[in-house]
Write a protein that binds this ligand. Sequence first.
Ligand code: PDD
Length: 279
Amino acid sequence: MPDIGFLNGRFMPLEETLVPVEDRGFQFGDGVYEVIRTYHGRPFQLDAHLARLERSAKGIELPVPVQTREWQGYVVEGIRRGGYAESKVYIQLTRGVAPRDHLFPAAARPTAVMTIREMQPLNPALRSAGVAAVTVEDLRWGRCDIKSVNLLPNVMARQRAKESGAFEAIFVRGGEVTEGTVSNVMLVRGGVLMTEPAGARILSGVTRAIVLALARKEGVSVQERAVGLDELRGADEVLLTGTTVEILPVVRLDGAPVGTGKPGALTARLSAWFQDSLG
Ligand code: PDD
């Protein structure tokens, strides 16, 4: 079965899902997106992702072309049509097709696209051994809470990570750790789980919120506060959270071991609680 695409209310084979050259997403990165995965074939935290999509759209003054209620139906239908054991759903909204001009077009209709691909699980060896990360300066704009398709700094930083033999790049702004290029970053020091607070410097991750809630429920002390790069370097454990990475231990940072250099105990417990919560 071919991969499934969706364009402005119609499902079609992915390779036929084409957007004109003058789409503002293509020319200006003038759009927002979401990535949703399934567990047991069902979209995970769909309402939270759709609520964030709406917030992102509002953040760039983009009138939503497809209402949240309609998206719920489309996402479920797309997953059904794809027929995969587990799916990865990508949704993107842009300000539509118009002759190139920075000003918002008066007449353009926003473009709504969705793709449904098979969710390829992360290599289990990476999860059990942990991954390497490198730090990079956070050169992104001041509204990282908006899930914008402007991902050039993320793309450059993730490529830098790969070329350094690392899995993820961790952004540092003014000496403080913000997040990864595709994930949120947490660390553990003296049994306390710490992470940058939700705000304009990070994408408030759906996985992040779940992990923090699980930690609090299980009696782990949690601090949502700015974390210095020195604290990250001296952490007992560092972990990444996100839709695609789930909970992933970081065992090397800029070439040096994190803590013991092995995945940490609290990270393992968080992963177990997270897996349990999936049913
Ligand atoms: N990225 N921070 C950034 C910059 C991200 O791009 C993502 C997710 C996250 C984690 O958010 P969540 O837990 O809601 O997935 C944090 C998606 C998966 C991507 O761009 O592919």
